[in-house]
Design a protein around this ligand. Sequence first.
Ligand code: AMP
Ligand code: ZN
Length: 140
Amino acid sequence: MSEEKCIFCLIASGDIPCAKVYEDESVLAFLDLSPVHPGHTLVIPKVHYKDLLEVPCEFAPALLSALKKIGVAVMKATGATGFNVMQNNGVSAGQTMFHVHWHIIPRFDGDGLGAWEQGNYPDAAAMQTMAAKVASCLEK
Ligand code: AMP
Ligand code: ZN
């Protein structure tokens, strides 16, 4: 999608309204239109990157600082006792908006939101084989 048509770029430029909670030089945060819980916030770089793989590593300090600040504020504002930071890459992973964004989702004890369903490796050797395979795919 071109940046001119990207909804999150249009939000960042002020051409589309949002419920803004935080802004600095490089980051904008606003409420998700369809919250998992009220206070569910999206954190975006003002510059258009499609997904995590396009984001320059230099953005990390600004992002981490914003996630921590906003996470605390969302907990205070909602009375949440925890929060999830989620970020989807690709259609298979549930990405629907192709301007990278981080979800901050307030959580409450016993709020009933499902956890990931987790499984097991057949044995320790299979686990080591997978670890070696991933390691061998790391770019040098
Ligand atoms: P994802 O599935 O990770 O791509 O998440 C995209 C999120 O963007 C969804 O949770 C939507 O509810 C949210 N969303 C889409 N359009 C808007 C908008 N104009 N303002 C706020 N949130 C939006
Ligand atoms: Zn964009």
